[in-house]
Design a protein around this ligand. Sequence first.
Ligand code: GLN
Length: 249
Amino acid sequence: MCEPSYQLKLAHLYAAQMNVYGDRGNVIALRQRCLWRGIDLSVTAIEPGDQPDWASFDLAFFGGGQDSGQALIAQDLLERQGPGLRAALEDGLVLLAICGGYQLLGHYFLTHTGERLPGLGVLDVHTIGGNQRLIGNIVVEADLPTVGPVRLVGFENHSGRTYHGPGVQSMGRVLAGHGDNGEDGRGGAIYRNTFGCYLHGSLLPKNPQLTDHLISLALRRRYGPAAQLAPLDATLELHAQQTMIQRLI
Ligand code: GLN
C-alpha cells in the first residue's frame, strides 16, 4: 500500500453540462484506484461562475458534451477559469479531457453549423465540425512513460475533426476507428501533463494503465519523484480490454 497520508485533489469541470457516454466514470475510476491504495482523492465540482484556486489541485477532468453544452461553458472556461487553469497546466497539473472537453482545450472549435467557440489554447490543436459524425469503437496504441506501451480501447462519437499543430505530441496511433480527424491516424494529444482524446467508454475504467499513469504523474508532482504507486490487480479490466482489442484488430 502507498503511504496512507497521500492526498490528492481533483477538479471535475462542468459535470452538469459536459458528461456524455458515462464520462463521469473516469472520475470514479481515478477515485477507486486511489482508494484501493489508501490514497485519499477528493473531488471538487467546478460549475460556471466558480473561482477555484487552481494551484491547489493535482488532477482535473473535463468530459465530453453536445455542441450546445460546449457553447454554455466556453466563455466561463476562457474568461473565468482561463488564467488560473492555464498557469496550473503549465505547472504540470494533470488534466484528462475527452471529446468536447478536448476540443475546448484547443485554439477553437468551429461547429458544423458555423458557430466558432474559442478554446483555452493550452493544446496546440483546432477542431472543425463535419456533417458526418465519426462513430464507433476505437483502439489507440500509446506509450505511457510510467507504464510502458499500451493499447487503449474506447468509443468515439464526434462531428469535430481535430488537427494537431507542432506544439503537441500525439497521445498515440489509431489502430482501429477514426481518431482525431479520420485522416492522419492521430489519437489524442498531449502537452506537459494535459491529455486530450476522443475516447469515451468510459475511458479510464476500461484502461487501468492510463488511470495509473495519471495518478502516478499527480503523485510525483505533489510528493516528489520518489512517490511510487503500489501495484494493484486489474485482471478483470485487462481481460475486458484484451477481448475488445481482439475483436477490433
Ligand atoms: N460536440 C462535439 C462533437 O460532436 C463533441 C461531442 C462529444 O463530446 N461526444 O464533435
